[in-house]
Design a protein around this ligand. Structure first.
Ligand SMILES: Nc1ncnc2c1ncn2[C@@H]1O[C@H](COP(=O)(O)OP(=O)(O)OP(=O)(O)O)[C@@H](O)[C@H]1O
Ligand SMILES: [Mg+2]
Length: 377
């Protein structure tokens, strides 16, 4: 049954602050210098919303839209702790740096794992969005609902130290639902499933509140990890996380699809240490990721089953809205529709949906402050 499923192509990353021709940058630099005392920051005067994801970090500036979209990766010198690159540039370095330079992800499964590096990365991000000592905007950070109180405090503290004025937290499923354009304030049930890099969250909403919520620390990175583990155990070949992700994007799926083809994969032989190439089939990759896919599907089924019958009926009619990069794995919409017997809609911009929702909330930050306080628990 493919009816009721809406797919959209994955979207390219939009440009970031600071892009443009050299001449344009130079002229902007002159403008900022000339008015530096009058306008402490000509770039960012408004509030910011940040989706600090395990895989990608996005920033939405009030009145301007998405101004930064980069992988959540930092490259730094382990001798000096100096941050050398962040985002796309650092991502290119993963697995390719000399011993004293490491490219790391400071977030795992939605939580900060390296506080110092996360703070430096946030500072870098905020600076790129125009935050200075004299211009400390209010920042709304989207966090996974599964974060503990300690982990939430770590996010707030890191953002504050990195240059934010006031910091508010918003739970990701609510931001995703608003970003997907769902009428969460209506007396009508709606459901969102967000499959990110390190987490999968599902929630049912009605009258502006969360009626049922489930979150697990499993997402796109677990698909990559499963592919790495499979190749190692079946072919005695070690492949890096970038290669595993490439395999997933090239031929990975959760359900058979038309036009399946094999893919050659290069890695390092575990016993000899020499490079070797194998050929992987889509069936093998599908089997490798099945456990992780199944875990996400069964959590979504449990969440739907927890919704009161009236709301479940609304959802059966309106369908489930699927967001997050992990939901772009081929066949996930189909599998979720089969598992829940409910139509599933993949939103138009699955990777940007959370930050777009948080961005909308920036417009009414003052009225919504009590809601964000709840996310601070
Ligand atoms: N076309 C695609 N097919 C399969 N997976 C994809 C595709 N595009 C992106 N992904 C995966 O989506 C994941 C990133 O999604 P997303 O940016 O929503 O995560 P995140 O918000 O950073 O993580 P989290 O919400 O768990 O903290 C990565 O694992 C990436 O490999
Ligand atoms: Mg996310």
């Amino acid at each position: 049954m493919r009816s009721g499923l809406v797919r959209s192509p994955s979207c390219p990353h939009p440009g970031t602050v600071g892009s443009g021709t050299g001449a344009a940058r130079r002229s902007r630099g002159r403008f900022c210098f000339a008015f530096a005392f009058l306008v402490p920051c000509a770039v960012a005067r408004g509030d910011l919303a940040i989706d600090l994801g395990t895989a990608n970090t996005l920033v939405y500036a009030k009145g301007r839209g998405i101004v930064l979209n980069e992988p959540t990766v930092v490259a730094y010198n382990t001798r000096t702790r100096q941050v050398l690159a962040m985002g796309q540039e650092a991502w290119q370095m993963i697995g390719r740096t000399p011993g004293y330079i490491v490219a790391v992800r400071p977030m795992r499964q939605g939580a900060i794992t390296d506080f110092d590096i996360a703070e430096r990365m946030l500072r870098n991000i905020l600076q790129r969005c125009g935050v200075t000592k004299f211009n400390r905007p209010r920042v709304l950070v989207c966090v996974p609902s599964a974060l503990t109180a300690v982990e939430r405090r770590a996010v707030k503290e890191a953002a504050r130290r990195a240059g934010a004025g006031a910091v508010y937290l918003m739970e990701q499923p609510m931001a995703a639902a608003i970003g997907a354009g769902l009428a969460v304030h209506e007396p009508q049930g709606s459901m969102v499933v967000d499959i990110g890099g390190g987490t999968a969250e599902m929630a049912v909403f009605s009258l502006g509140g969360v009626v049922a919520l489930r979150a697990i620390r499993c997402g796109g990175f677990d698909f990559d990890g499963a592919i790495q583990a499979y190749v190692r155990s079946r072919y005695a070949l070690a492949i890096g996380e970038r290669t595993a992700e490439w395999v997933k994007l090239a031929i990975g799926s959760a359900y058979p699809y038309t036009g399946e083809r094999e893919a050659p994969v290069r890695g390092r032989d575990v016993s000899t240490g020499l490079p070797r190439t194998i050929v992987l089939t889509p069936e093998e990759v599908r089997a490798a990721v099945e456990d992780a896919v199944q875990q996400i599907l069964s959590t979504a089924v449990t969440c739907l089953a927890e919704a009161p019958p009236e709301l479940a009926q609304d959802i059966m009619f309106d369908g489930i809205h699927l967001v997050g990069g992990g939901s772009l794995l081929r066949g996930v919409t189909q599998r979720l529709a089969n598992a829940t017997a409910v139509p599933v809609h993949l939103v138009d911009l699955p990777l940007e949906c959370v930050v777009m929702g948080a961005g909308r909330c920036l417009e009414s930050l003052d009225q919504l402050r009590p809601v964000f306080a709840q996310a601070d628990r």
